[in-house]
Design a protein around this ligand. Structure first.
Ligand code: HEC
Ligand code: HEC
Length: 277
Protein backbone atom coordinates (compact mmCIF):
# COMPACT_ATOMS: atom_id res chain seq x y z
CA UNK A 1 0.00 0.00 0.00
CA UNK A 2 2.66 2.39 1.09
CA UNK A 3 4.86 1.38 -1.78
CA UNK A 4 2.06 1.87 -4.24
CA UNK A 5 1.54 5.33 -2.85
CA UNK A 6 5.18 6.20 -3.26
CA UNK A 7 5.11 4.84 -6.71
CA UNK A 8 2.16 7.00 -7.63
CA UNK A 9 3.76 9.95 -6.06
CA UNK A 10 7.00 9.43 -7.85
CA UNK A 11 5.40 8.86 -11.19
CA UNK A 12 3.29 11.97 -10.77
CA UNK A 13 6.44 13.85 -9.98
CA UNK A 14 8.28 12.42 -12.96
CA UNK A 15 5.35 13.15 -15.18
CA UNK A 16 5.20 16.77 -14.07
CA UNK A 17 8.94 17.07 -14.31
CA UNK A 18 9.11 15.69 -17.84
CA UNK A 19 6.19 17.80 -18.82
CA UNK A 20 8.01 20.83 -17.58
CA UNK A 21 11.12 19.99 -19.51
CA UNK A 22 9.14 19.44 -22.67
CA UNK A 23 7.46 22.74 -22.09
CA UNK A 24 10.71 24.62 -21.62
CA UNK A 25 12.10 22.92 -24.73
CA UNK A 26 9.18 23.97 -26.91
CA UNK A 27 9.49 27.43 -25.56
CA UNK A 28 13.22 27.55 -26.25
CA UNK A 29 12.78 26.25 -29.77
CA UNK A 30 10.17 28.90 -30.41
CA UNK A 31 12.39 31.65 -29.02
CA UNK A 32 15.31 30.42 -31.09
CA UNK A 33 13.26 30.28 -34.29
CA UNK A 34 11.75 33.69 -33.70
CA UNK A 35 14.70 35.65 -32.38
CA UNK A 36 18.00 34.03 -33.25
CA UNK A 37 17.63 32.02 -36.44
CA UNK A 38 17.94 35.00 -38.77
CA UNK A 39 21.55 35.43 -37.72
CA UNK A 40 22.73 32.14 -36.22
CA UNK A 41 22.76 28.47 -37.14
CA UNK A 42 23.47 25.55 -34.83
CA UNK A 43 26.08 23.54 -36.66
CA UNK A 44 25.46 24.86 -40.17
CA UNK A 45 28.19 27.45 -40.27
CA UNK A 46 28.25 31.14 -39.72
CA UNK A 47 25.51 33.36 -40.98
CA UNK A 48 25.45 36.98 -39.78
CA UNK A 49 26.68 35.88 -36.39
CA UNK A 50 28.84 32.87 -35.43
CA UNK A 51 27.65 29.28 -35.52
CA UNK A 52 26.29 28.58 -32.05
CA UNK A 53 27.01 24.82 -31.99
CA UNK A 54 28.55 23.87 -28.65
CA UNK A 55 28.56 27.47 -27.56
CA UNK A 56 28.46 26.35 -23.94
CA UNK A 57 31.91 24.84 -24.30
CA UNK A 58 33.23 28.20 -25.33
CA UNK A 59 31.86 30.40 -22.52
CA UNK A 60 30.63 30.17 -18.95
CA UNK A 61 26.87 30.32 -18.61
CA UNK A 62 26.77 33.67 -16.82
CA UNK A 63 28.84 35.24 -19.60
CA UNK A 64 26.40 33.86 -22.18
CA UNK A 65 23.41 35.18 -20.27
CA UNK A 66 24.91 38.65 -20.07
CA UNK A 67 25.97 38.60 -23.70
CA UNK A 68 22.61 37.45 -25.01
CA UNK A 69 20.78 40.06 -22.94
CA UNK A 70 23.01 42.86 -24.12
CA UNK A 71 26.12 42.10 -26.16
CA UNK A 72 27.05 45.75 -26.39
CA UNK A 73 27.12 46.07 -22.60
CA UNK A 74 29.62 43.21 -22.48
CA UNK A 75 31.67 44.70 -25.31
CA UNK A 76 31.69 48.14 -23.70
CA UNK A 77 32.71 46.69 -20.36
CA UNK A 78 36.14 46.05 -21.89
CA UNK A 79 35.72 42.31 -22.47
CA UNK A 80 38.54 41.58 -24.93
CA UNK A 81 36.99 38.51 -26.46
CA UNK A 82 33.62 40.22 -27.03
CA UNK A 83 35.32 43.22 -28.54
CA UNK A 84 37.36 41.16 -31.00
CA UNK A 85 34.32 39.09 -31.91
CA UNK A 86 32.39 42.27 -32.62
CA UNK A 87 35.21 43.51 -34.88
CA UNK A 88 35.48 40.14 -36.60
CA UNK A 89 31.78 40.35 -37.42
CA UNK A 90 32.07 43.73 -39.13
CA UNK A 91 30.81 45.53 -36.05
CA UNK A 92 27.32 44.32 -36.63
CA UNK A 93 25.69 44.77 -33.25
CA UNK A 94 23.66 41.83 -32.06
CA UNK A 95 20.30 43.23 -30.89
CA UNK A 96 19.67 43.28 -27.14
CA UNK A 97 17.16 40.83 -25.72
CA UNK A 98 16.10 42.54 -22.48
CA UNK A 99 12.83 40.64 -22.36
CA UNK A 100 14.43 37.19 -22.10
CA UNK A 101 14.65 35.99 -18.50
CA UNK A 102 17.67 34.09 -17.15
CA UNK A 103 15.48 30.98 -17.13
CA UNK A 104 14.51 31.40 -20.76
CA UNK A 105 18.13 31.91 -21.76
CA UNK A 106 19.14 28.78 -19.86
CA UNK A 107 16.45 26.83 -21.68
CA UNK A 108 17.68 28.35 -24.93
CA UNK A 109 21.24 27.23 -24.16
CA UNK A 110 20.02 23.74 -23.30
CA UNK A 111 18.17 23.67 -26.62
CA UNK A 112 21.30 24.82 -28.46
CA UNK A 113 23.48 22.18 -26.84
CA UNK A 114 20.93 19.47 -27.60
CA UNK A 115 20.83 20.55 -31.25
CA UNK A 116 24.62 20.68 -31.32
CA UNK A 117 24.75 16.94 -30.69
CA UNK A 118 22.00 15.81 -33.02
CA UNK A 119 22.50 16.67 -36.66
CA UNK A 120 20.32 19.71 -37.16
CA UNK A 121 16.90 19.03 -38.56
CA UNK A 122 15.58 22.57 -38.34
CA UNK A 123 16.04 24.53 -41.53
CA UNK A 124 18.17 27.42 -40.45
CA UNK A 125 19.00 29.14 -43.67
CA UNK A 126 16.45 30.03 -46.28
CA UNK A 127 16.06 27.94 -49.40
CA UNK A 128 15.30 30.38 -52.18
CA UNK A 129 14.23 30.18 -55.81
CA UNK A 130 16.53 31.90 -58.34
CA UNK A 131 16.19 35.68 -58.09
CA UNK A 132 15.58 38.28 -60.77
CA UNK A 133 17.62 41.36 -60.02
CA UNK A 134 15.60 43.70 -62.26
CA UNK A 135 12.40 42.80 -60.48
CA UNK A 136 14.28 43.08 -57.21
CA UNK A 137 15.23 46.63 -58.09
CA UNK A 138 11.64 47.54 -58.89
CA UNK A 139 10.49 46.09 -55.59
CA UNK A 140 13.29 47.80 -53.70
CA UNK A 141 12.50 51.27 -55.02
CA UNK A 142 8.74 50.72 -54.96
CA UNK A 143 7.97 50.97 -58.68
CA UNK A 144 6.15 47.67 -58.27
CA UNK A 145 4.42 46.64 -55.09
CA UNK A 146 5.20 43.66 -52.88
CA UNK A 147 2.51 40.97 -53.18
CA UNK A 148 1.46 41.49 -49.56
CA UNK A 149 1.80 45.28 -49.80
CA UNK A 150 4.84 45.63 -47.52
CA UNK A 151 6.68 48.95 -47.67
CA UNK A 152 9.37 49.44 -50.33
CA UNK A 153 12.83 48.89 -48.90
CA UNK A 154 13.93 52.35 -50.01
CA UNK A 155 11.54 54.00 -47.59
CA UNK A 156 14.18 53.14 -45.00
CA UNK A 157 17.33 52.18 -46.91
CA UNK A 158 19.51 53.79 -49.51
CA UNK A 159 21.66 52.16 -52.20
CA UNK A 160 24.28 53.81 -54.42
CA UNK A 161 23.26 53.31 -58.01
CA UNK A 162 23.40 55.36 -61.16
CA UNK A 163 20.34 57.44 -61.89
CA UNK A 164 18.80 56.82 -58.51
CA UNK A 165 18.33 59.72 -56.15
CA UNK A 166 18.25 58.42 -52.62
CA UNK A 167 16.32 56.21 -50.30
CA UNK A 168 15.43 56.66 -46.65
CA UNK A 169 17.86 56.80 -43.81
CA UNK A 170 16.23 54.94 -40.96
CA UNK A 171 18.14 51.77 -41.85
CA UNK A 172 21.72 51.35 -43.05
CA UNK A 173 22.84 52.04 -46.56
CA UNK A 174 22.60 48.65 -48.32
CA UNK A 175 24.98 49.25 -51.23
CA UNK A 176 27.50 46.83 -49.80
CA UNK A 177 25.19 44.83 -47.60
CA UNK A 178 26.13 41.67 -49.50
CA UNK A 179 29.84 42.23 -48.86
CA UNK A 180 29.10 42.89 -45.20
CA UNK A 181 26.64 40.10 -44.57
CA UNK A 182 26.85 37.66 -47.51
CA UNK A 183 23.90 37.04 -49.82
CA UNK A 184 22.38 34.41 -47.55
CA UNK A 185 22.81 36.79 -44.63
CA UNK A 186 20.81 39.45 -46.46
CA UNK A 187 18.12 36.95 -47.42
CA UNK A 188 18.08 35.75 -43.82
CA UNK A 189 17.41 39.29 -42.61
CA UNK A 190 14.53 39.85 -45.02
CA UNK A 191 12.90 36.58 -44.03
CA UNK A 192 13.82 36.44 -40.34
CA UNK A 193 13.32 40.15 -39.56
CA UNK A 194 15.74 40.45 -36.63
CA UNK A 195 15.41 44.23 -36.51
CA UNK A 196 12.39 45.69 -34.72
CA UNK A 197 11.52 48.28 -37.36
CA UNK A 198 11.54 45.71 -40.13
CA UNK A 199 9.60 43.26 -38.01
CA UNK A 200 6.90 45.84 -37.46
CA UNK A 201 6.75 46.62 -41.14
CA UNK A 202 6.73 43.12 -42.60
CA UNK A 203 5.24 40.72 -40.06
CA UNK A 204 1.73 41.49 -41.18
CA UNK A 205 2.87 42.05 -44.80
CA UNK A 206 5.29 39.19 -45.39
CA UNK A 207 7.74 39.34 -48.26
CA UNK A 208 7.37 36.17 -50.35
CA UNK A 209 10.34 33.81 -50.96
CA UNK A 210 10.42 34.83 -54.62
CA UNK A 211 10.52 38.50 -53.63
CA UNK A 212 13.28 37.82 -51.11
CA UNK A 213 15.26 36.12 -53.87
CA UNK A 214 14.65 39.03 -56.27
CA UNK A 215 15.64 41.75 -53.81
CA UNK A 216 18.70 39.75 -52.77
CA UNK A 217 19.71 39.33 -56.44
CA UNK A 218 19.34 43.09 -56.84
CA UNK A 219 21.52 43.79 -53.81
CA UNK A 220 24.14 41.37 -55.16
CA UNK A 221 24.26 43.31 -58.42
CA UNK A 222 24.44 46.70 -56.65
CA UNK A 223 27.20 45.39 -54.45
CA UNK A 224 29.24 44.33 -57.50
CA UNK A 225 28.62 47.44 -59.52
CA UNK A 226 29.04 50.19 -56.92
CA UNK A 227 32.49 51.45 -56.05
CA UNK A 228 33.91 50.27 -52.75
CA UNK A 229 33.28 53.07 -50.25
CA UNK A 230 31.85 53.91 -46.90
CA UNK A 231 28.36 55.13 -47.53
CA UNK A 232 26.49 54.48 -44.37
CA UNK A 233 26.42 58.05 -43.09
CA UNK A 234 24.99 59.71 -46.18
CA UNK A 235 21.30 59.19 -45.73
CA UNK A 236 21.09 60.35 -42.14
CA UNK A 237 21.21 63.96 -43.14
CA UNK A 238 18.61 63.85 -45.85
CA UNK A 239 15.89 64.29 -43.29
CA UNK A 240 17.39 67.54 -42.10
CA UNK A 241 18.49 69.29 -45.25
CA UNK A 242 18.46 69.16 -49.02
CA UNK A 243 21.23 67.70 -51.05
CA UNK A 244 23.27 70.91 -50.95
CA UNK A 245 22.97 71.03 -47.19
CA UNK A 246 24.05 67.46 -47.25
CA UNK A 247 27.26 68.19 -49.08
CA UNK A 248 28.12 71.02 -46.68
CA UNK A 249 27.27 68.89 -43.68
CA UNK A 250 29.28 65.96 -44.91
CA UNK A 251 32.23 68.25 -45.52
CA UNK A 252 31.98 69.62 -42.00
CA UNK A 253 31.38 66.21 -40.65
CA UNK A 254 34.49 64.68 -42.05
CA UNK A 255 36.48 67.74 -41.07
CA UNK A 256 35.49 67.88 -37.41
CA UNK A 257 34.67 64.33 -36.66
CA UNK A 258 37.29 62.50 -38.59
CA UNK A 259 39.04 61.38 -35.43
CA UNK A 260 35.85 60.09 -33.92
CA UNK A 261 34.70 57.90 -36.74
CA UNK A 262 35.71 54.75 -34.96
CA UNK A 263 32.32 53.18 -35.19
CA UNK A 264 29.68 53.32 -37.86
CA UNK A 265 27.47 56.32 -37.19
CA UNK A 266 24.50 54.04 -37.50
CA UNK A 267 25.65 52.24 -34.45
CA UNK A 268 24.35 54.95 -32.14
CA UNK A 269 21.22 55.39 -34.24
CA UNK A 270 20.66 51.69 -33.97
CA UNK A 271 21.06 51.69 -30.21
CA UNK A 272 18.66 54.58 -29.82
CA UNK A 273 16.14 52.76 -31.97
CA UNK A 274 16.50 49.55 -30.08
CA UNK A 275 16.06 51.43 -26.79
CA UNK A 276 12.98 53.24 -27.96
CA UNK A 277 11.17 50.06 -28.93
C1 HEC B 1 20.80 40.65 -36.11
C2 HEC B 1 21.55 39.44 -35.99
C3 HEC B 1 21.59 38.68 -34.67
C4 HEC B 1 20.54 38.18 -33.94
C5 HEC B 1 19.05 38.34 -34.22
C6 HEC B 1 21.12 37.43 -32.86
N1 HEC B 1 22.49 37.50 -32.92
FE1 HEC B 1 23.81 36.58 -31.67
N2 HEC B 1 25.36 37.47 -32.68
C7 HEC B 1 25.24 38.27 -33.79
C8 HEC B 1 26.56 38.76 -34.17
C9 HEC B 1 26.85 39.67 -35.36
C10 HEC B 1 27.46 38.23 -33.25
C11 HEC B 1 28.97 38.46 -33.20
C12 HEC B 1 29.29 39.47 -32.12
C13 HEC B 1 28.87 40.87 -32.44
O1 HEC B 1 28.99 41.31 -33.59
O2 HEC B 1 28.41 41.56 -31.50
C14 HEC B 1 26.67 37.41 -32.32
C15 HEC B 1 27.22 36.67 -31.26
C16 HEC B 1 26.51 35.81 -30.46
C17 HEC B 1 27.08 34.96 -29.43
C18 HEC B 1 28.57 34.81 -29.12
C19 HEC B 1 29.10 33.75 -30.05
C20 HEC B 1 30.55 33.37 -29.86
O3 HEC B 1 31.09 32.71 -30.78
O4 HEC B 1 31.16 33.69 -28.86
C21 HEC B 1 26.05 34.29 -28.86
C22 HEC B 1 26.15 33.29 -27.74
C23 HEC B 1 24.84 34.71 -29.51
N3 HEC B 1 25.16 35.64 -30.47
C24 HEC B 1 23.58 34.23 -29.20
C25 HEC B 1 22.40 34.71 -29.75
C26 HEC B 1 21.09 34.26 -29.35
C27 HEC B 1 20.82 33.20 -28.33
C28 HEC B 1 20.19 34.97 -30.10
C29 HEC B 1 18.67 34.91 -30.03
C30 HEC B 1 18.09 35.18 -28.74
C31 HEC B 1 20.95 35.86 -30.98
N4 HEC B 1 22.27 35.66 -30.73
C32 HEC B 1 20.39 36.73 -31.90
C33 HEC B 1 24.08 38.57 -34.45
C34 HEC B 1 22.81 38.26 -34.01
C1 HEC C 1 10.57 50.63 -41.68
C2 HEC C 1 11.89 50.78 -42.13
C3 HEC C 1 12.57 49.62 -42.87
C4 HEC C 1 12.14 49.01 -44.03
C5 HEC C 1 10.89 49.31 -44.83
C6 HEC C 1 13.17 48.04 -44.37
N1 HEC C 1 14.17 48.07 -43.44
FE1 HEC C 1 15.85 46.93 -43.43
N2 HEC C 1 16.42 47.74 -41.66
C7 HEC C 1 15.76 48.74 -40.99
C8 HEC C 1 16.49 49.05 -39.76
C9 HEC C 1 16.11 50.12 -38.76
C10 HEC C 1 17.58 48.16 -39.71
C11 HEC C 1 18.58 47.92 -38.55
C12 HEC C 1 19.79 48.71 -38.42
C13 HEC C 1 20.32 49.41 -39.62
O1 HEC C 1 20.63 48.76 -40.63
O2 HEC C 1 20.43 50.63 -39.53
C14 HEC C 1 17.53 47.38 -40.95
C15 HEC C 1 18.50 46.45 -41.30
C16 HEC C 1 18.58 45.83 -42.54
C17 HEC C 1 19.68 45.04 -43.00
C18 HEC C 1 20.98 44.79 -42.25
C19 HEC C 1 21.93 45.90 -42.57
C20 HEC C 1 23.30 45.76 -41.98
O3 HEC C 1 24.26 45.89 -42.71
O4 HEC C 1 23.38 45.50 -40.77
C21 HEC C 1 19.36 44.59 -44.26
C22 HEC C 1 20.20 43.72 -45.18
C23 HEC C 1 18.04 45.11 -44.58
N3 HEC C 1 17.61 45.86 -43.51
C24 HEC C 1 17.36 44.86 -45.76
C25 HEC C 1 16.11 45.36 -46.07
C26 HEC C 1 15.38 45.04 -47.27
C27 HEC C 1 15.91 44.20 -48.41
C28 HEC C 1 14.18 45.70 -47.20
C29 HEC C 1 13.02 45.60 -48.18
C30 HEC C 1 12.43 44.29 -48.32
C31 HEC C 1 14.16 46.42 -45.94
N4 HEC C 1 15.34 46.19 -45.27
C32 HEC C 1 13.12 47.24 -45.50
C33 HEC C 1 14.60 49.38 -41.39
C34 HEC C 1 13.83 49.02 -42.50
Amino acid sequence: MKIAFHFLNASAFIFLYLNNIAFAQDDAEKIFQETCVACHTIGKGKLIGPDLANIQNRHPEDWLIKFIKSSQTVINSGDKYADSLFKAYNQIPMPDHPKLSDGQIKALLAYISEKSLAPATATASVELPPGNSKRGQELFVGSIRFANSGAACNSCHNVEMQGYLSGGALGKDLTHAVTRLSASGVAGIISGLPFPQMKETYTSHPVTPQEIADVTAFLISVDKQAPEQVTSTVGNYLFAGGISGLIVLLGLYSFFWIKRKKRPVNFSVFRRQIKSV
